[in-house]
Ligand binder design. Sequence first.
Ligand code: ATP
Length: 317
Amino acid sequence: MRSYSLIAPAKINLYLEIIGDRPDGYHELAMVLQSIDLADRLQIAPNSIQGFRIHCDNPQVPTNETNLAYRAAKLMQDRFPSVFDRYGGADITLDKQIPIAAGLAGGSTDAAAVLVGLNLLWKLGLTQPELQDLASEIGSDVPFCIAGGTALATGRGSDLEPLPDVDSLHLVLAKYRDLAVSTPWAYQTYRQQFGSTYISEAKDLEGRRKRVHSGSMLSAIAQGDGEKIAQLLHNDLEKVVLPAYPQVLKLREAFEECDILGTMMSGSGPSVFAIAHSRQKAEQAREKVKAAIADPNLDLWVAKFINTGIQLASQVP
Ligand code: ATP
């Protein structure tokens, strides 16, 4: 049987608006998600133990049943028990390049890659929408990670609408290695501080969704106007994360001093990105921020926007 190597890209949020509470207890969101070429690599190889094993040499990544890649594999086993019995389990090896707990959907994209990989390994022939339905059972970001590109995500973040590709922009990303922000903490704190402004009536929710739809960020994307996109970056979670994490605020301010188009925290943080016109400008911003902050604990990456999600890198034999 074949084994597969897959590329699993990270995402950034170009826009994140918290609209209100949903009856299912999640937040009602409006987000614009963008894939970037900073990516994990996954190897999925059949084994003979009738089970799944996760291998990863990064000590920050759990290799037990809490790993999202493992949860994706178990979901496939539960959904297709007779196929699992026929083909057996798989060894899943993660080469992590995406920083952990950074608001870049690192675990979610690994889970998406496992769904795509097992679909190939087990010759299931599931379509992209079918894979995305399964993905939404694992986490809100997982359906986007399957298809990638640029998309509007509403509801709890998994109702997706593809948007025109924005693939000519470059960025520099920064994260303090030892700093992690818990996503549940960020949302709970936001609810405590801003819950009184939440919308919950169905008709008001619909009105707000429409406003995002016809809003300036989506029209900047439709026009492929990189400068405007960068000016319109927005993330409600900055309101709770920046005051609680002065280091993240400092990063944000250091990027503002650079020749960049716009800067923002991604997702629940603590990674901060800055959009630049060219790779050269992104590299200059990286060097300037590195020198300004001068902290050996700060990691920086230069990346670019891409219009793909999970990709097959190779298959053996
Ligand atoms: P999101 O942007 O979707 O909120 P994130 O990028 O902030 O996610 P992850 O990198 O997915 O966060 O990691 C969050 C936690 O999930 C980690 O601290 C780790 O314990 C756990 N985890 C589970 N599976 C994985 C995985 N495959 N890769 C990384 N972390 C994982």
